[in-house]
Design a protein around this ligand. Structure first.
Ligand code: SF4
Ligand code: SF4
Length: 339
């Protein structure tokens, strides 16, 4: 289903969701994602530092809580589920694809992450096609990467000069846009032309198919030391990354209320692999940065049909305080002699 919607109508549509308290997106001036209470508070998802991951996997998420005051064992399940299905506007296609990868990992075999799934199912996800891009974007280097990709979204919205084109991808998307006017052949052609121009202009030369090359150079200390020596272990790259999903679980008691909660964790932190015995299998930053790069471009691809755990959003490149650039690492890895 492909619909054409006037720009003013889109604004009214989103304003209606907002007035009903069910509109989410990038919050202007906050570099974060959350509820949009007024439409003029909708930010630009293109430049938001954090990814929409925090909507589905919050940085701090209660798993269950317990009132121990009266010793009643009153355990409440904190599976977050919105009562009215909400609309998430503004995810970029790379972010939507990254979240679909997390969804896959969190629903593997018999494991189903009820906390993630409850939030995932609570949202109708509208991705925005990228009619512009940053010089750190490299989504098209990946086999199925595109600034107009549809994986993980219910609707893809693409902006033309005078209107938006809404392409519904799922039945949920169909139901949301069904009342809008169908796009004409000419309007679909105009959007196709816009898409082609953007796709051609994005860097598609990053050699991301290097799973075996990295695998065979796991012990190449010189190669990894050259990156690890610069890394300061801040973890920013993992926190801004839309496809990093590691978390830690802790319990706390405050004023006789107890809760179990999970928080984002990062393979770049020294304590991430610290064992109770005191032994740490990843003792230096060389080991930790190697783990991140290997997971992104080798381990995941070996496990999941050559799909990388990187979508080319470029956030880690933009935010790393010491300019470690995953594109550069891939290019240097490609020239290692051990194949
Ligand atoms: S470019 Fe960096 S932040 Fe973006 S998906 Fe890849 S590893 Fe994650
Ligand atoms: S953002 Fe840069 S310095 Fe910080 S942990 Fe990641 S690679 Fe290392």
């Amino acid at each position: 289903m492909v619909k054409k919607v006037a720009k003013d109508t889109i604004k009214e549509w989103l304003a209606d969701f907002s007035s009903r308290g069910i509109l989410y997106g990038p919050i202007s001036g906050e570099d974060r994602w959350g509820k949009i209470t007024e439409l003029n508070k909708m930010g630009n998802s293109f430049t938001t530092v954090m990814s929409p991951k925090e909507i589905f996997l919050p940085q701090d998420q209660s798993m269950f809580s317990l009132n121990i005051k009266d010793k009643t064992n009153d355990v409440s399940d904190n599976t977050t589920k919105l009562t009215d299905r909400a609309v998430l506007w503004g995810m970029r296609p790379c972010d939507a694809k990254a979240l679909s990868l997390i969804h896959r990992v969190f629903n593997e075999n018999d494991y189903h992450d009820t906390y993630f799934n409850a939030l995932w199912e609570s949202f109708i996800k509208i991705a925005i096609g990228c009619t512009e891009h940053l010089n750190t974007c490299f989504c098209t280097s990946f086999e199925d990467g595109s600034p107009f990709g549809i994986e993980g979204a219910d609707i893809l919205a693409t902006e033309a000069e005078e209107y938006w084109i809404l392409e519904s991808i799922t039945e949920t998307g169909d139901n949301l846009v069904i009342d809008f006017e169908d796009a004409t052949i000419d309007e679909i052609d105009e959007i196709t032309e816009i898409k082609s121009k953007v796709i051609e202009s994005i860097d598609n030369k990053v050699p991301v198919n290097i799973k075996d090359k990295l695998w065979n150079n796991f012990d190449n200390e010189a190669f990894w030391a050259h990156i690890g020596d610069r890394c300061i272990s801040c973890g920013i790259c993992t926190f801004v990354c839309p496809s990093c999903y590691c978390f830690d679980i802790n319990d706390e008691i405050i004023d006789k209320f107890a809760r179990r909660y999970r928080t984002w964790d990062a393979c770049q932190f020294k304590n991430f692999t610290l064992e109770a015995s005191g032994h740490n299998p990843r003792q230096t930053q060389l080991h930790r940065i190697r783990q991140r790069m290997m997971h992104k471009l080798s381990f995941f691809a070996k496990k999941y049909e050559d799909i990388q755990l990187c979508v080319g959003c470029g956030r880690c490149i933009r935010e790393c305080p010491v300019n470690i650039d995953i594109r550069q690492v891939a290019m240097e890895a490609e020239h290692l002699t051990k194949i």
